[in-house]
Design a protein around this ligand. Structure first.
Ligand code: ADP
Ligand code: 5GP
Length: 207
């Protein structure tokens, strides 16, 4: 990919907390070579099993605000009472390297990215219902009652933004939803710009 100068695409994935975004992103990366995940910075504390530098870069509020001042974030937002941001340099390097980049970010961040990269692909993951969403949050067993209440409240606001997105995936059946997500990424690789960057077709197609 690199040799022919193919540039990757940016995929912005949003969803109410608990809809299954992380699960779907992990599956996509396992099953689709050439997809990279942008590891965000956050001031939230790690959940059980989360690894610094893999799931997030866990930083102090002070460190985070320093990065904001130094304009190191492509976008950032306060979500559920914590700060989250996407590293500008990391994303640019992966795209330039020909990788497709996944951003798992909230609606506020998605709108900022859309303004900076109008070609980015915005995908919203929906739970089958609000009841299922609450059930998944509880079942995940990582959040307190207070956190679950706050996340359910915020879900309504996030759902109001679905029409801003290019694609909607209902995450009822995990295998089908993962297939939908992969199809979007693979279809994007067939766009004219990407194919012409990937293959030398100069002998066949006039400039
Ligand atoms: P998010 O990243 O959107 O907050 P997660 O990926 O952590 O959500 O998923 C929330 C919980 O729901 C997890 O326990 C996950 O295993 C479960 N889950 C995800 N997708 C499905 C699905 N299609 N069916 C049933 N459970 C699911
Ligand atoms: P969680 O705490 O459950 O991992 O994530 C909470 C919310 O923050 C999710 O909606 C997630 O998409 C969002 N989020 C994670 N990283 C970023 C980021 O870098 N920027 C923005 N704007 N939102 C993020």
């Amino acid at each position: 990919m690199k040799e022919t100068g193919e540039k990757g695409d940016l995929f912005v994935i949003s969803a109410p907390s608990g809809a299954g975004k992380s699960t779907l992103c992990h599956r996509l990366m396992e099953e689709t070579p050439g997809v990279a995940f942008s590891v965000s910075h956050t001031t939230r504390s790690p959940r059980k099993g989360e690894v610094d530098g893999v799931d997030y870069h866990f930083v102090s509020k002070e460190h985070f605000m320093q990065m904001v001042e130094q304009e190191e974030f492509l976008e950032w937002a306060e979500v559920h009472g914590n700060c989250y941001g996407t590293s500008r340099s990391a994303v640019t390097a992966m795209l330039e390297n020909g990788q497709d980049v996944l951003l798992d970010i909230d609606v506020q961040g998605a709108m900022q990215v859309r303004d900076i990269f109008p070609e980015s692909v915005l995908i919203f993951i929906l739970p089958p219902s609000l009841q299922v969403l609450e059930h998944r949050l509880r079942n995940r067993g990582t959040d307190s009652e207070e956190t679950i209440r706050l996340r359910m409240e915020n879900a309504r606001g996030e759902l109001a933004a679905v029409r801003e997105y290019h694609f909607l995936i209902v995450n009822d059946d995990l295998i089908r939803a993962a297939g939908d997500l992969q199809s979007i990424v693979l279809a994007r690789r067939c766009r004219t710009r990407r194919v012409l960057q990937r293959h030398d077709l100069s002998g066949m197609i006039p400039d």
